[in-house]
Ligand binder design. Structure first.
Ligand SMILES: Nc1ncnc2c1ncn2[C@@H]1O[C@H](COP(=O)(O)OP(=O)(O)O)[C@@H](O)[C@H]1O
Ligand SMILES: [Mg+2]
Length: 335
């Protein structure tokens, strides 16, 4: 098959760009690894997910596109490549523009989850700090409404009083130029769950637990930007993940079931990584869905989807091809 491969390559950051500007984009190592995995079985046409993408799709007309482009501009940036492909009637891996846009907007995703009674923490969205708002009780977590890869979530994002809350809302509104999502802080254990497939054939891979005891002392138990990208490095990886998570059979069942419900509620296709946290009573709640999950190839880079796949006995190349084959089956293409 002629497989298009669409991505955004990280640009070198200079002093004028915020350190986390390209946190969502992929580096050469990841793009190379996905390319070579696809090339084991297919002819691969790499296409950068930029302004020229539409013309390139039109010129090369791949049979299907493996999409991992995150986009840069606009509130629906992750939907732009899938929207182009729909216009051209070229099938692609992963979720459609609507699901990608809704999952990128964490509040929109939580509204959909709440409608389907999938547990998620109470929240409010702040667009203007001057408007009087009733917040859930402290402690709270303040995050940018539409980011990923822990962009904007720092140790200080967990707030315990009105002064800290005000500061963090101000930081999100000014630094990230978007509304602030203020959410009840869920104090329990945290997990991230990789799912693959469609319809009745959705498979939940082994659950990953994020263990905050591994973080430096006096640090809040959240998977912040510092934890993801600064304290945990390839040179000195933190032993922050356990996979499979050491949990009881009943908790495992509950987590799998809320994740499947969230996957269905948001209309996710092919694959997704879902973040889950327990409340004070030990009940799992959905934090967010990542329908374009990160897949760093180096096991020391602590990337959770490939880690869960490895635990399930699936190599990196097998994982990439499984996603492609799942999409092919969904659209009726012979993989
Ligand atoms: N309501 C919450 N309660 C407890 N921790 C939270 C909550 N929301 C976010 N966090 C912490 O912040 C981290 C990043 O938040 P998340 O919503 O997953 O954003 P991102 O898209 O950046 O991954 C989570 O992995 C978790 O550790
Ligand atoms: Mg997350």
């Amino acid at each position: 098959m002629k497989v298009g491969f669409c991505y955004n390559l990280k640009k070198p950051a200079d002093e004028s760009t915020p350190a986390d500007l390209y946190a969502e984009w992929d580096d050469e190592e990841t793009i190379g690894a996905v390319h070579s995995a696809l090339a084991r079985k297919h002819e691969v046409i790499p296409i950068e997910g930029d302004e020229d993408a539409f013309e390139n799709f039109r010129k090369y007309r791949p049979d299907i596109v493996f999409n991992m482009a995150e986009g840069m501009h606009g509130t629906s940036r992750e939907s732009q490549i899938p929207a182009m492909l729909e216009m051209l009637r070229i099938p692609y891996t992963g979720s459609d523009p609507l699901t990608l846009a809704v999952c990128l907007d964490k509040a929109a995703a939580k509204v959909a989850l709440s409608y389907y009674r999938v547990p998620t923490a109470p929240f409010v969205v702040v667009l203007d700090p001057r408007v009087k708002t009733r917040f859930p009780p402290f402690p709270l977590i303040v995050k940018p409404l539409r980011e990923g890869s822990s962009r904007g979530i720092q140790n200080r994002s967990l707030v315990r009083n009105a002064r800290q809350l005000k500061e963090e809302i101000h930081r999100v509104l000014t630094q990230y130029r978007q509304p602030a999502l203020v959410e009840k802080f869920l104090p329990g254990r945290e997990f991230t769950v990789a799912l693959l497939g469609n319809g009745n054939a959705v498979e939940v891979l082994p659950i990953v637990e994020i263990r905050f005891e591994e973080l430096p002392d006096h640090i809040n138990p959240i998977y912040s930007y510092e934890a993801k990208w600064i304290w945990d490095t390839v040179e000195k990886p933190l032993e922050i993940f356990t996979c499979p998570a050491k949990i009881s059979a009943s908790l495992k069942k509950k987590i799998q079931s809320v994740c499947r419900a969230a996957y269905t509620a948001l209309g996710v296709r092919d694959w997704c990584r879902i973040d889950v946290r327990l409340d004070e009573a030990g009940e799992p709640h959905i934090l967010e869905l990542n329908p374009l999950p990160g897949i760093l190839p180096n096991p020391d880079a602590n990337s959770c989807f490939p880690k869960a796949a490895r635990t399930a006995g699936m190599s990196y190349d097998e994982l990439v091809n499984r996603v492609l084959d799942t999409a092919c089956r969904r659209v009726g293409l012979k993989p």
